[in-house]
Ligand binder design. Structure first.
Ligand SMILES: [Zn+2]
Length: 109
């Protein structure tokens, strides 16, 4: 049986790059703080979900599909009215547009 080997710094860098585009660090997700939502929609028989794919190329392709959807265009047109904003890495993920630092200060009191 082969021994497990240390993955090396290049493997760690690749893993961090992959995860950083998909997940917040533990304790830093706006979903956990109750100020974020991931949308799903159906357009032309195709279901768009909050999926990130298996590569950064998949993620870019999925975001481009989302940005063409009726729901995304509606969210973008009404974001100021509802005080929401998307995050750059996921067109399906929208946060309440509030400053995080003062909110975080309230949470630690
Ligand atoms: Zn999300």
């Amino acid at each position: 049986m082969a021994e497990a080997r240390c993955p090396g710094s290049r493997a760690v860098e690749m893993l961090v790059d992959f995860i950083a585009h998909r997940k917040a660090a533990p304790g830093y997700s706006n979903h956990s703080h109750g100020i974020a939502v991931d949308f799903s929609t159906v357009e032309g028989g195709h279901t768009l979900t909050p999926e990130t794919g298996k590569s950064n190329k998949d993620l870019i392709r999925h975001n481009k599909r989302w940005e063409k959807s009726w729901l995304y265009r509606w969210l973008e047109a009404h974001q100021a009215e509802y005080g929401i904003e998307r995050i750059p890495t996921g067109a399906w993920h929208w946060n309440l547009a509030i400053p995080l630092q003062p909110r975080a200060q309230k949470l630690v009191r």
